[in-house]
Design a protein around this ligand. Structure first.
Ligand code: TYM
Length: 335
């Protein structure tokens, strides 16, 4: 029996190379090693204001990009969170074992509360509890994520322990699994790459758009002119080379920067070419899938069917431990 793995991504706009390097590439690498379940977490996404008219295409975008990048639906399960209502049901139960103080400490909540001052809603605060429910509903033990999610996974372990202590052993303690790129910085070189800060390269962007964005991306500020030597370790472009370029090119970029042998634009052009080379097959595959949306919807439908079965089993066990079932749960129509 393979261990179960769960991870999620929000349908909040374009999937970017931070998501790709920090999470999706790792998901693909682990497909055969674990029983993999991936969710497009729309109930998480609505904690910030989104245009409902854009939701269907956002969801289809994320599903399509993931499949195009290599998330093989024959070797994993991909589904939409709101198709399995047990996520919110379990989140409510978890609310009752989660101290408010723990949620107040969450860095992501504090950051989002700053960013969306006009809409600090209860869902935004409660977000990590729903995330714990996502993972534990499937009793997943492994959660591949970027660094920004580690605190949420720690809280999931805490919630699991609290539930098990109060009601009896039901849940495992999930562990995060980081990729070799746990925190990709944005093109502003100041903040983590993210959709909300608009400092990203989208996975489906055209070669022209990729070059346009990279050509103005921030580099080592000490290199004001071509002849100034720089420090590759503090340059975000150098760090990106490490994920897209060959060892020889990485070396070329570091040496050239240190000795002012190459200019930043030259260094960026090489990176741009390599990013384009890696993303072109993904963009082409995505185009095929966009022309055939039924196949993507079918993947999500099948995914939800499988997840519902597992989720209902877990909820039976949870309710039974909590004394909430009255022996009727197998026949909901009688309740
Ligand atoms: P989301 O949608 O913000 O991001 C999806 C995944 O991409 C990673 N990531 C990054 N990794 C490295 N560098 C970056 N700049 C970068 N930006 C994003 C994220 O860490 C994440 O792994 N709360 C989650 C979604 C979620 C979830 C879950 C994840 C909901 N339920 C259960 C795991 C398990 C989120 O907002 O991801």
């Amino acid at each position: 029996m393979k261990k179960r793995l769960f991870s999620g991504i929000q349908p909040t706009g374009e999937v970017h190379i931070g998501n790709y390097l920090g999470a999706i590439k790792n998901w693909i690498r682990l497909l055969d090693q674990y029983d993999c379940i991936f969710s497009i977490v729309d109930y998480h996404a609505i904690t910030v204001e989104l245009d409902p008219r854009e939701m269907p295409q956002n969801i289809m975008h994320v599903a399509t990009v993931n499949i195009a990048a290599g998330l093989d639906p024959e070797r994993s399960t991909l589904f939409l969170q709101s198709h399995v209502p047990e996520h919110t049901e379990l989140a409510w139960i978890f609310n009752t074992v989660t101290p408010i103080g723990h949620l107040e400490r969450m860095t992501q909540f504090k950051e989002k509360a700053q960013l969306y001052k006009h809409n600090i809603n209860a869902g935004l605060f409660d977000y990590p509890v729903l995330q714990a429910a996502d993972i534990l509903l499937y009793k997943a033990e492994v959660v591949p994520v970027g660094e920004d999610q580690v605190q949420h996974i720690e809280l999931s372990r805490e919630i699991s322990r609290k539930f098990n202590t109060r009601y009896g052993e039901v849940f495992p303690e999930p562990q995060e699994l980081l990729s070799d790129a746990p925190r990709i910085m944005g093109l502003d070189a100041k903040n983590k790459m993210s959709k909300s800060l608009n400092n990203y390269i989208g996975l489906l962007e055209s070669p022209e758009a990729i070059w346009k964005k990279l050509s103005v991306a921030v580099t080592d500020p000490a290199r004001k002119k071509r002849s100034d030597p720089g420090t590759p370790e503090i340059c975000n472009i150098y760090h990106l080379h490490r994920y897209f370029s060959s060892p020889k090119e990485i070396d070329w970029s570091a040496q050239g920067c240190r000795t002012a042998g190459i200019g930043c634009l030259e260094c960026k052009k090489c990176l741009s070419d390599n990013i384009i080379k890696e993303l072109t097959p993904i963009r082409e595959k995505a185009k095929e899938l966009f022309d055939n949306p039924d196949s993507v919807q079918d993947v999500l439908r099948r995914g939800a069917e499988r997840c519902k079965e597992i989720a209902q089993e877990t909820m039976k066990e949870v309710k039974s431990k909590m004394g909430l079932h009255l022996g009727l749960y197998t026949e909901p129509s009688k309740i």
